[in-house]
Design a protein. Structure first.
Length: 397
């Protein structure tokens, strides 16, 4: 009887709450979420599992191999769903002669959280205003100098191992010039936030301390290639500066005066179909102070030598559609800082060889596996090598 009275009381309580909610909504069912603009949702759920024969930086990701000793040498297994992604595109009706749209995209690689309770992170957030051959983009997007990214299962996509670029706030102007029926020249110019580090310990990002943005540019030609597949060749780059305030060189040592350190790059990129099923793509680059662009193996300024670290590198990849459902990739990446800009113990070269398979189980689910061999050279120290085997399941929506 006691159980029956409790059950009846709970049912009455639920009914009263439901009646209250209906009363607040005029007795109607809850209204659907709507927008005055067209909204399209997209994303995927991804589980990654990876084994490293030697510890890499950093865990789920693979930027470079840690040296044996205190920090490295131990093999490691990681599993995460952090790369799972959610985004939306918004499109407004044409206003006069302007097309207006936007995009917001997030994943779960935000910092300061545990492995099983990751933090949300902003990836993309920008608005586009387009008129004829001109388009203005304002917000956070990939660096304007990025034309192509390698196809990898590893989330880093060869960052610090041959591929430059990340996402950052910027204002970009794009002009598209038709050169033929299906060929076009695309020119881009942007003012982007300079993101550095606080190497002088002044409590201010050294990029913000420069007090002006970085200029990024990109010129590319896009045209149909073999079997009508897209072909692209481009040259791009950036130029900016970071400012380090005066700081003590060592404890009790003389003060180092304020100084500016240039950051720049020149990049050549191409994507070329070799047949209906085979594509070759890659990039080569050179520059200096590229740590926050994932060049120089995460090293930008040498405080001891008081100069920017120069580096060169690139990547190359063959992509083969074996069948309509099976894709095979083979690639190589290299990041090589200039040894004269480095100290003993600094990372001197990073090489990566990889191959991957993607199998489309159906229109929604992709199974993937990847093998990578990475070798990181160190100044005046032993090289470090790791083999990584990674598997993924991706549910796209």
């Amino acid at each position: 009887m006691k159980y029956e009275r409790m059950t009846k009381a709970a049912m009455v309580g639920i009914a009263m709450v439901g009646a209250g909610l209906l009363a607040q909504n005029g007795g109607a069912a809850p209204a659907p979420v709507t927008s005055k603009y067209d909204v399209s949702l997209y994303g995927y759920i991804k589980l990654d599992a990876a084994y490293d024969s030697q510890r890499t930086f950093a865990g789920n990701l693979m930027y470079y191999v840690l040296p044996e000793g205190k920090d490295g040498g131990q093999d490691e297994f990681n599993m995460t769903a952090k790369e799972s992604r959610f985004g939306m595109t918004l499109t407004a009706p044409p206003i006069d002669d302007y097309k207006i749209s936007g995009k917001i995209e997030t994943d779960f690689y935000g910092g300061g959280a545990t492995e099983n309770s990751p933090a949300l992170r902003l990836r993309l957030a920008y608005a586009d205003v387009e008129n004829g051959h001109w388009m203005l983009r304002a917000g956070q997007d990939w660096d304007t100098f990025v034309n192509l990214l390698p196809r990898t299962i590893n989330f880093t996509s060869l960052a610090d191992a041959g591929a430059l670029g990340l996402r950052r706030p910027q204002v970009r102007l794009t002009h598209t010039l038709p050169l033929g029926e299906k060929t076009k020249l695309v020119s881009k110019l942007a003012a982007a936030r300079t993101i550095g580090q606080d190497l002088d310990g002044a409590g201010q990002d050294d990029g913000a301390a420069a007090a002006y943005p970085t200029v990024q540019g990109n010129v590319s030609v896009e045209t149909p290639g073999i079997a009508g597949r897209p072909m692209m060749i481009g040259i791009s780059g950036h130029a900016g500066s970071e400012t380090m305030a005066a700081y003590a060189a060592t404890e009790g040592g003389s003060e180092v005066p304020e100084a500016d350190y240039d950051t720049w790059s020149v990049i050549g990129t191409m994507g070329m179909p070799l047949s209906k099923a085979l594509t070759l793509q890659g990039s080569v680059w050179t520059g200096e102070n590229l740590d926050t662009y994932f060049g120089g193996i995460g090293q930008g300024i040498n405080k001891t030598l008081r100069r920017s670290i120069s580096a060169s590198g690139g990547w190359l990849q063959l992509m083969l559609d074996v069948t309509a459902k099976l894709n095979l990739n083979v690639g190589y990446g290299l990041d090589s800082p200039d040894s004269v800009d480095l100290n003993a113990g600094d990372r001197a070269k990073n090489e990566l060889v990889f191959t991957s398979l993607y199998y489309h189980l159906n229109s929604a689910v992709v199974l993937a596996c990847e093998y990578s061999n990475m070798t990181t050279d160190y100044m005046a120290n032993a090289d470090a090598t790791a083999d990584r085997v990674q598997g993924s399941l991706i549910f796209k929506f």
